[in-house]
Design a protein around this ligand. Structure first.
Ligand code: ASP
Length: 431
């Protein structure tokens, strides 16, 4: 009889648990932290690098394949409009959930004066650096983000994972060109990208074999390097508000969208998608997780390639529901701690700016808190207030990143359905 193998998501969960245990174990010794940083952390970095390594090739290969398979360009623009529409809808829903919760729970009232002074003192310096980074963003004109999407040199863009949107732009352009070319001219190029796409997905499979070890190393080093547990307790109510919001978003809003618009089985979706959520959780980066998200959605959940190859890379950069929910909660929380009573107009302004900020946020660790500066300034609150939430940002970042990638996957299922397709998984599935 064939031995039943442990499903991938269980292996990753074990990796996370053992990583936390190892981290706690090593910090008991004076030499422990250094040991973890020197001998365990590098394997986590290698895992993230491996994922990032294939992100750009994957976007290029799969987008060109996806778009060039379309019958005509109108299909693309229809899908594009729908995708953006649903992305904005889910983002606004997410911020709405966050704002309602933070107003009902009022986590700001649970903070003692002592904690407030402590946090502002400890993290004031780091905030200064972050604000400088934001200054450069703000000095640009209103259309700069649009200008930034169009690269002047594709090799330069493709040489950095931070330029994902530029690469996407160029690739969509190539895909459109291929659709417009006569079949005999376009088919050789299409064939190359077809097999390149298969190759990259195979590479994802290979890299995922190391996922349990990669997340083990990431978690162990995170625990070894994290600040003391007291801070988490002091900011507990704020953290819980964000977490509760994320749970409502994932099981309430997403669950309903999946069921009614995507016509999909919710539990089965989450079971198959879990490895991507766990990788997002461990890496705190939607961009690094993109290869896993795509592999899961295409091969295991069964979204058609034409849809997933378009919806997911764009989603990784522009659709961050977890981040926007958190920005809503964090902005109001900081206002509460400072003793401001926000008006409805101010809260609506949070909704607007947080939507834009989550679109503008890079898909990397800590990007959300950077953009929070802009949200705070829009309602006239001193952005130095982010010092209050710095200490607990990493664990929340991990959770919101898992939600960010989930949102993208859900939208791809909905778009798949709206184009009249069924879910057709290709992978032998036991995960
Ligand atoms: N780390 C998040 C992501 O990559 C962005 C953020 O909220 O900081 O999706």
């Amino acid at each position: 009889m064939k031995k039943k193998k442990l499903a991938l998501h269980w292996k990753i969960i074990l990796g996370i648990l053992f990583g936390i245990i190892a981290g706690i174990f090593f910090i008991q010794f004076a030499w422990g932290k250094e040991f973890v940083v020197n001998w365990i952390k590098p394997f986590g970095t290698i895992f993230i690098n491996l994922l990032k390594l294939i992100a750009i090739p994957l976007i290029i290969a799969s987008l060109i394949k996806g778009i060039s398979d379309l019958k005509d360009i109108s299909q693309l623009s229809k899908m594009g409009m729908r995708t953006l529409g649903i992305y904005i809808f889910t983002t606004v829903m997410a911020i709405g959930v966050g704002l309602i919760l933070v107003n009902v729970i009022q986590p700001g009232n649970f903070i003692s004066d002592e904690t407030r002074t402590d946090m502002l003192g400890t993290f004031g310096g780091t905030v200064g650096e972050k604000m400088l980074e934001v200054e450069t963003v703000k000095q640009q004109g209103p259309l700069q983000p649009l200008v930034d999407i169009v690269p002047e040199n594709i090799f330069e863009s493709a040489s950095s994972n931070g330029n994902m949107l530029q690469v996407i732009f160029f690739t969509i352009l190539c895909g459109v060109g291929l659709v417009l070319l006569p079949e005999d001219k376009s088919s050789p190029v299409k064939k190359i990208f077809d097999s390149a796409n298969e190759l990259v997905l195979k590479l994802v499979d290979i890299i995922m074999l190391s996922a349990p070890f990669g997340v083990f190393a990431l978690m162990a080093s995170l625990v070894a390097e994290s600040p003391s547990a007291d801070i988490f307790v002091a900011l507990g109510m704020y953290g819980l508000t964000v977490l509760l919001g994320l749970v409502i978003l994932v099981f309430g809003v997403y669950g309903a969208l999946l069921k009614f618009l995507g016509k999909a089985n919710v539990m089965e979706f989450y079971r198959k998608f879990a490895p991507a959520q766990l990788v997002a959780f461990s890496t705190s980066s939607s961009a690094a997780t993109l290869p896993v998200t795509m592999e899961r959605v295409e091969e295991h959940i069964g979204v058609h390639k034409e849809v997933s190859s378009f919806v997911l890379p764009i989603g990784a950069t522009v659709n961050m529901d977890g981040t926007s929910l958190y920005q809503g909660v964090a902005a109001v929380f900081i206002a509460q701690v400072f003793g401001y009573d926000l008006t409805l107009m101010q809260q609506l302004s949070i909704l607007m700016t947080a939507t834009l900020a989550s679109i503008g946020a890079a898909a990397v660790p800590g990007a959300g808190i950077l953009m929070l500066v802009i949200v705070l300034e829009s309602i006239g609150i001193n952005p130095a207030g982010i010092a209050l939430i710095f200490a607990v940002d990493r664990p929340l970042d991990m959770c919101r990143t898992a939600v960010n990638v989930t949102g993208d996957a859900i939208v791809s299922v909905i778009i798949n359905r709206s184009t009249g397709r069924e879910l057709t998984p290709t992978a032998e599935d036991m995960d």
